[in-house]
Design a protein around this ligand. Structure first.
Ligand SMILES: Cc1cc2nc3c(=O)[nH]c(=O)nc-3n(C[C@H](O)[C@H](O)[C@H](O)COP(=O)(O)OP(=O)(O)OC[C@H]3O[C@@H](n4cnc5c(N)ncnc54)[C@H](O)[C@@H]3O)c2cc1C
Length: 464
């Protein structure tokens, strides 16, 4: 086959092909993390599966480094690349809810706010992340941790099937019944196996929740984390429980005098029915500590809860993420985390702990590519700072913060939050004992490692 020029390809492509000289280029190459300043050679903004198949073929035939962009939210900037092809799915946004089977088919360009909007109309939700602007695709392919995780499992535990364009341009469906090895790998293995064009999810009856923020002044931080650790072993599955060490942002529900002050926060969010007494459950969390300086707990719609934590995320900021799974949270870890939070290099940075367990831990560790189902906590370190500053001190602080709890590490970090600059060992550690099987599936579906711009799993037995 003779190679197609971009102009020839344009005549059959339904979406947009955007090159550096085009007016749309600078906005099309932007991703969530404003520190990422990549200059792709070509952005193929697809509108349908045929476009995605053509884009994969084009990238392959022209030997181009190829990145896949879903929501563009990845902290390490893995949704775009320098001097290569970006297969941008952000316009593939349809959501079809089937209220009878309690399922939804979701286009890979959706962000979670699109899905929440569509499913909420039917009184249902798919377990996702804890804010609405994250991409459905990247979040799902790494696992998916959010407020509904303890009750209904990870996002991947509610994934029924995915449509995928493989490295050789073929289109397949992966599910428990079709290409089940691929389906196993997609549930945690990231963008290594193909370009997913749509996902089908199981939905749950969720319309509202009871919860919010209990904020404490920083002198109580160790006490707050101590109570959090003690509580964590007793909470029912329908209670999501997060903790954070942050500088209070200037949000309307935070008293003005606290703005800019370091604080410790607890986020209890209860999804029970009236019989589960959500108000009483949240009150039992509150009763363990002195009266909070901020208390926003109360009834909220699911959509409100999903947007509640967006306040401290600053559009246009620079970000660096790192993460670790923890088996426990003891006083040594608490002391070190509080000390490192106190010397944060930016008032926008934060340390977040998410209690895992519940439905997630009831799935065997080898049932999907996602390994750390028995970990007690997901520790996310989120360094965030105003544009223009030197990233080095913020990065160093993030690593310090991760190191603060290293003695409690389960062995690796959550792949959707791990640092992009520390190489292969961090990726291997993120998959633990599942890495070998992932490498075998990679060899079967992408033996040339065409999809390598990601937290990469090298094909077993080397690149073909
Ligand atoms: C502010 C913030 C909050 C977050 N909150 C949560 C949270 O609550 N829970 C959680 O689990 N994670 C959370 N994350 C992490 C998030 O899951 C990852 O950053 C994820 O990669 C974002 O997905 P995306 O589609 O937006 O990413 P993109 O940047 O578009 O892509 C990231 C990677 O995903 C892969 N990818 C994207 N689309 C496709 C596709 N269609 N087919 C194949 N591969 C694809 C590619 O390999 C790409 O390299 C958060 C991130 C941020 C920045």
């Amino acid at each position: 086959m003779p190679r197609q020029s971009i102009d020839e390809w344009r005549s059959t492509f339904r979406g947009e092909l955007i090159q550096p000289a085009d007016a749309a280029y600078d906005s099309a190459r932007k991703v969530y993390n404003a520190m990422i300043d990549k200059r792709p050679r070509l952005i193929a903004r697809c509108v349908d599966v045929a476009d995605v198949m053509a884009a994969v073929r084009y990238g392959r035939e022209n030997g181009m480094l190829t990145a896949i962009r879903g929501g563009g939210h990845n902290g390490a900037g893995l949704g775009t690349c320098d001097d290569g092809l970006v297969i941008d799915l952000s316009r593939m946004k349809g959501v079809r809810v089937d209220p009878t089977s309690h399922t939804a088919r979701v286009g890979a360009g959706c962000v979670w706010g699109d899905v929440d909007h569509a499913t909420h109309a039917f009184g249902m939700a798919a377990p996702s992340g804890f804010i609405s602007t994250t991409g459905v695709a990247g979040l799902t392919l790494g696992g998916g941790i959010g407020y509904l995780t303890r009750r209904y499992g990870l996002t991947i535990d509610n994934l029924l099937s995915a449509d995928v364009v493989l490295a050789d341009g073929r289109f397949v469906t992966a599910s428990a019944l079709e290409n089940s090895d691929l389906f196993w790998a997609l549930r945690g293995g990231g963008g290594n196996f193909g370009a997913v064009t749509s996902f089908s999810y199981r939905l749950h009856r969720v319309t509202d929740a009871y919860g919010g923020l209990l904020g404490y002044t920083f002198d109580h931080a160790a006490e707050v984390l101590g109570a959090y650790a003690a509580l964590s072993d007793q909470v029912p599955d329908h209670l999501a429980l997060y903790a954070a060490l942050v500088t209070a942002p200037p949000l309307p529900f935070i008293p003005r005098g606290l703005h800019g002050q370091l604080m410790a926060g607890l986020f209890p969010v209860c999804f029970g029915t009236a019989d589960d007494h959500p108000e009483r459950t949240v009150a039992s969390v509150r009763s363990l500590l002195p009266p909070p300086a901020v208390d926003t707990t109360g009834p909220m719609s699911y959509q409100q809860i999903q947007r509640f934590s967006e306040g401290p995320m600053v559009p246009g900021a620079h970000h660096y993420y790192t993460a670790e799974w923890l088996d426990f949270l003891d006083s040594k870890a608490i002391e070190s985390l509080v000390a490192v939070a106190a010397r944060a290099t930016s008032p926008l940075s934060m340390i977040v702990l998410k209690r895992m367990g519940g439905a997630t831990a009831r799935v065997p560790a080898d049932a999907t590519a996602f390994r750390y189902r028995q970990a007690a906590y997901n520790l996310d370190i989120h360094a965030q700072w105003a544009p223009g500053g030197d990233p080095a001190p913020h990065r160093a602080w993030a690593h310090d913060a991760r190191g603060a709890a290293r003695h409690a590490s389960a062995g690796g970090g959550y792949v959707n939050f791990i640092d992009g600059d520390l190489g292969d060992e961090r990726v291997r550690a993120a998959y633990g004992a599942n890495y070998g099987r992932l490498a075998e599936v990679k060899a079967a579906y992408d033996p040339d490692n065409f999809f390598r711009f990601n937290h990469n799993i090298a094909p077993a037995h080397g690149v073909r």
